[in-house]
Ligand binder design. Structure first.
Ligand code: UPG
Ligand code: MN
Length: 740
């Protein structure tokens, strides 16, 4: 029997050699500092501490990349082996109709309804945390359009099944001969344009008065205070020949007094609602902006989940996050190309990729806490009702569905969805999870706003491995945030959530000791989890050169000394090495530079704020919140020259304060330093040398968007309120330099 998947170890020798080269230079630098420590003051010690930390982070990064593996999948073999493919429940989450335009969600849903898979085996559930009638309306309208769209895609084997993307270009020439096709294409395009016009112009009042069917529940809904709503928008009746998957709208109950756990809470509700309605053994989850870019994506996913000798190897199958309509040269350093090409395969060589929150196929039983191996045929059936209720909550329908899943025995899908709506509403209620295992041993794990990493880590800690889904063309494509505020806020949220994980009782350090998390996988997770503390070290190191210039001292050897060669070689080889990584994947030098400098900016602004927000949480002064990213639909072509989408923008958020301070300090240092060089012919023995000046200039160059922000206008300029706030730390810093 032909295998459904193939494991491909990737060649690594050159990369390992370069990794070791950089590591040995780091170690040489540390050694040099140690032997010359006696000659220098406390600055040498600070530098040594920071550099030890960088060496540690480099080791973490090396560990992740050391053994890289990829998987190939062969979906065309699937139908020869399985006559009856398993059911898959598909989840889409949305939370805010202004930040996440409903037309985007509609496109994601349409792309999923049209995938190549037996359609009576798929059901699509949309969770709307805004309980927005506009989102509901747009799904109702999309379902009508799907009646044309899905058959069209299947008949003509359309490659990209998100209509907005498909219709953004003319059809490929192979079709253009047939006038029938062109007529149909135009008709459907017109229909789509009409659909998007209606969705984009829809306003709440209008909808509430127009859509009589099903929208009356939305009257008087406050998004923070309403009962649960579950609406079957489209039920794919048994036996129909050409149809498309079920489409169900879910808005979980929200009450101001009850914590709703953001996305993790939404995922748990989707898990339960789908369990009582269709109970598929597999689940696929995507964010509202992540459309299915490869129509065979579910088949590829099944190759990884079904095609393994032992299920333990694929607890879940994760596709890397990739982006659509991305700006040229990655100006905000968030397209994650190197991450998905280097780091994902690296994790694959250990215990498997981390769960990234979107583009992931899960085994339902894993989400329910079943361990791998023969023990997974669990005896939960022998538990008493009270015990089951303590685990799963008090819904008979849900417990029944969960027992089927954990015993690997499914009765199949219930015939009539509408009859399950009441049960579904019950499991979508706020109070359902009280005194149950939800959010701990069952479902998406609570306690961090980076719920994805945390949940994936729990799965790895149970001993499961995961597997990466990398079909060609890419499985899913989404939107990367653009502009300063959105990009920095996203990183701030991540840093906050990562520190929450690091400090929680689910920290990987504990999991490696007490559970089945592999040691190298733990180090892999640590590579991300150390972001927030890393911010402090990076900020400190970035201020060292300016400090030395202002206080007339040095933290680097003089250019005349032999020791100078070590940091210089390190600086050059590190940059050349990372640059070749970018060139290797066909990215530009600019993309490399943008990523280098954004990395520095994120570290010293977003991660730093993330670090402090967790401190405030620990002190009980504030809660951490999930700030949803703005999804931009604008394509680079829509924009005129006047409005450059790649240009860094600002607002009055606190996240801009540390960056502004860093820039002001380095500007002052460079001005003061150059004046001193001009006036004072002899440089002091202990004063700053070329090294300090280059480093300070390098920091300034990395923060160039902020330098431009100091003189920019409107949203391209740093607001005065931010500059005033930044002036305080700048002033303190300058005082410290003088007291030296
Ligand atoms: O209360 C909430 C908040 C968010 N979301 C959804 O969560 C998804 C991700 O939100 P987004 O603002 O796009 O965050 P990103 O930073 O782009 O998301 C990445 O990081 C998140 C963790 O911080 C993961 O949940 C995501 O899957 C992952 O793509 C979106 O579909 C939202 O609609 C909810 O359903 N409820
Ligand atoms: Mn997103």
């Amino acid at each position: 029997m032909l295998p459904l998947q193939e494991r491909v170890p990737l060649k690594n020798s050159l990369q390992r050699l370069s990794d070791v080269l950089v590591l040995s230079l780091l170690l040489s630098l540390l050694a040099y500092r140690l032997v010359s420590l006696h000659r220098h003051a406390h600055l040498w010690l600070i530098a040594f501490t920071c550099e030890s930390w960088f060496t540690f982070v480099w080791l973490l990064y090396m560990n992740v990349k050391w053994t890289r593996v990829a998987y190939k999948t062969f979906p065309q073999r699937l139908s020869k082996i399985y006559h009856d493919l398993p059911a898959v429940d598909v989840f889409v989450t949305t939370a805010d109709p202004t930040l996440e335009p409903p037309i985007l969600t509609a496109n994601t849903v349409l792309s999923l309804l049209a995938v190549e898979y037996p359609f009576h085996k798929l059901s699509c559930y949309v969770s709307d945390d805004a309980a927005s009638p506009v989102t509901f309306y747009s799904l109702v309208e999309s379902a009508k359009f799907a009646k044309l769209w899905v058959p069209f895609c299947k008949k003509h084997n359309v490659r990209v099944r998100a209509p907005s993307v498909y219709f953004s270009t003319e059809p490929q020439t192979s079709h253009s001969l047939s006038s029938d096709f062109m007529r149909e294409w135009r008709r459907i395009k017109d229909e789509y344009e009409e659909l998007s016009r209606r969705i984009e112009t829809a306003n709440e009042d209008q909808i509430l008065s127009r859509v009589a069917d099903g929208s009356k529940d939305f009257l008087k809904t406050d998004r923070r205070d309403h009962p649960s709503m579950v609406k079957v928008i489209w039920e794919n009746k048994e036996g129909s020949e050409d149809g498309f998957p079920h489409l169900i709208y879910v808005a979980r109950e929200k009450r101001p007094k009850h914590s709703h756990h953001y996305k993790a809470g939404a995922m748990n509700v989707l898990t339960r609602v789908s369990a009582v309605m269709t109970n598929a053994p597999f689940m696929l989850n995507v964010d509202c902006d992540m459309f299915a870019n490869n129509p065979e994506v579910v088949l590829h996913g099944m190759c990884l989940l079904l095609g393994v000798d032992d299920e333990v190897f694929s607890g879940f199958a994760q596709a890397p996050q990739q982006f659509y309509g991305a700006l040229n040269d990655d100006p905000f350093g968030n397209q994650m190309v190197v991450l998905s090409k280097k780091v994902m395969p690296g994790f694959q060589g250990i215990q498997g990729p981390f769960y990234a929150g979107t583009g992931c196929f899960h085994r339902r039983k894993v989400i329910y806490g079943s361990p791998p191996g023969p023990r997974s045929i669990e005896k939960r059936g022998n538990l008493s009702w009270e015990e089951l209720e303590m685990i799963y909550g008090n819904s008979l329908e849900f417990v029944d569905s969960a027992l089927q899943i954990t015993s690997d025995y499914s009765k199949g899908l219930p015939a009539n969805l509408s009859s399950r709506v009441e049960a579904a509403k019950k499991v979508a209620a706020c109070a359902y999870e009280f005194n149950t295992s939800w959010g701990r041993e069952i479902g998406w794990v609570y306690g961090s706003i980076v719920e994805d990493l945390l949940t994936g880590m729990r799965i790895h800690s149970m001993g499961w491995r995961s597997i990466s889904l990398t079909p060609e063309p890419p499985a899913f494509l989404g939107c990367a945030p653009t502009g300063g505020p959105a990009s920095l806020t996203q990183h701030k949220r991540w840093a906050t959530g990562l520190l929450e994980i690091l400090l929680s009782r689910r920290s990987p350090i504990l999991a490696v000791m007490k559970e089945k998390l592999m040691f190298r996988q733990c180090l892999g997770y640590m590579f991300f989890l150390v972001w927030p503390p890393r911010s402090v070290v990076e900020l400190c190191y970035a201020l060292l050169p300016a400090y030395c210039i202002l206080a007339d001292s040095a933290f680097l050897p003089k250019s005349s000394e032999l020791g100078f060669l070590v940091p210089m070689a390190l600086f050059l080889s590190y940059n050349v090495y990372t640059l070749t990584e970018y060139l290797q994947y066909g990215l530009s030098i600019r993309a490399w530079w943008n990523n280098q400098r954004m990395q520095m900016i994120y570290a010293q602004t977003s991660w730093l704020l993330g670090f402090f927000s967790v401190l405030l949480k620990i002190l009980g002064l504030s809660e951490t919140i999930f700030e949803v990213s703005q999804k931009d639909q604008s394509k680079p072509t829509d924009l005129t020259g006047a409005d450059d989408p790649g240009r860094f923008t600002f607002d009055s958020s606190l996240v801009f304060v540390p960056g502004t301070a860093v820039v002001l300090i380095n500007l002052t240092a460079l001005v003061v330093g150059s004046m001193r060089v001009l006036w004072q012919a002899e440089a002091g023995e202990l004063g700053p040398g070329i090294g300090e000046f280059v480093c300070s200039a390098w920091v300034l160059l990395s923060f160039w968007p902020f330098v431009k922000g100091l003189v920019g206008r409107g949203r391209y300029g740093i607001p005065w309120s931010v500059i005033y706030k930044a002036a305080v730390p700048v002033f303190i810093f300058l005082q410290m330099c003088r007291n030296e």
